[in-house]
Design a protein around this ligand. Sequence first.
Ligand SMILES: *Cc1c(COP(=O)(O)O)cnc(C)c1O
Length: 461
Amino acid sequence: MSEQVIPYKIYLSEDELPKSWYNVRADMPIKPAPLLNPKTFEPMTAEELGEVFCEELVAQELDNDNREIPIPQEILDFYKMYRPSPVVRAYCLEKKLETPAKIYYKFEGNNTSGSHKLNSAIAQAYYAKKQGLRGVTTETGAGQWGTALSMACAYLDLECNVYMVKCSYEQKPFRREVMRTYGANVTPSPSATTEIGRKILEEHPGTSGSLGCAISEAVEVATKTDGYRYVLGSVLNQVLLHQSIIGLEAKAALDKYNVVPDIIIGCAGGGSNLGGLISPFMGQMLRGEQDYKFIAVEPASCPSLTRGKYAYDYCDTGMVTPLAKMCTLGSGFIPSANHAGGLRYHGMNSVLSELYHEGLMEARSVEQTSVFEAAEMFARVEGILPAPESSHAIRVAIDEALKCKETGEEKTILFGLTGTGYFDLYAYEKFNNGEMQDYIPTDEELKPGLDSLDAIPVNKK
Ligand SMILES: *Cc1c(COP(=O)(O)O)cnc(C)c1O
């Protein structure tokens, strides 16, 4: 039989689309550590979590056992507006690199929010609506999550209050306007509208903000406002669960052509897109059915996996959220304002942190100029203008393909292309002007954050 020709884009038909999310925790022999109450340091109960999060999302957060979680019909209907997303064979990039490697990417940027975040936004908004809530609060860094959530809330007629990291609020006014167009209320963070915001402003006047600060503010408002809950765009296990749609579709598409990737690569901010992409493949590996090499790619300026500690930490700067056991730089860590490439969160999802800790996944950190070089090469040959976050994965996919060129190995590489970069042109401008600088924190700079972990009682031996 002659080798089957792989189309440039592989799509799934409607009846081939996943009907359930896949919960990789069910196949993990060692489960991720539970969230802890920040006052008692005991595992958070569903009741306690229910004060901050929607009920059904709490159930998903705590579910370590059910492998398949059916996707409600209303969410499937919404998914149909922009899914399935294609798996693309990067023929043009392969040719440019003169590599024998076969490169595929799963492209999640084909919706107005411009990223994978809509996959979880619609799920979280749906459960909030189902519970009869009036609205939700959240934080947004670069703005993709806030945009996705405002789209989902507009669709379901829910109020949406977004705390946007101040430097993004100022650098990305158009993102803000997209959110407002979808009806969201957008506040730059830290702000004077919350207790924690006022405290942070007093301690760090002139701060450009961080995701950790914005989370504290959004949680405070959610818990103090009737009919409101807080929702989060990454980091939590429920978000990783919703993002498993990426991996399930990718695997179904590759299976149609009997393609088995050797290496699966994704960028890692809070970990949800990478976790979602690798989930079904990781499940196979955990069940002993297939071997894969997984690579998480993070910015050198915010290296939670490669230079952080695996310990319990707060998910926010104000230390009001539950503690998660994760690879973290410390909740007080704020990346350099020079860093343009997103992925600014201090910690990493617990599932991914545990898998990394067990050696089932690798991690690399990359510098932003090399990330933008990869982005530019990719844009010029594949046509898509990639988000800087996504371009971390492109960087390592190119590096792996170039290794194949040296060794002559015909490896198959799959990477997650999480979104488009139309709102990141300020960063592209810096790169094009040759003004972009790399920033790698020194050990001394990381030390206070890492030391703060030792002060948390549950981390003491
Ligand atoms: C938010 C975002 C990321 C980071 O995703 P995580 O799931 O938090 O790791 C990556 N790429 C794009 C385009 C994003 O918007």
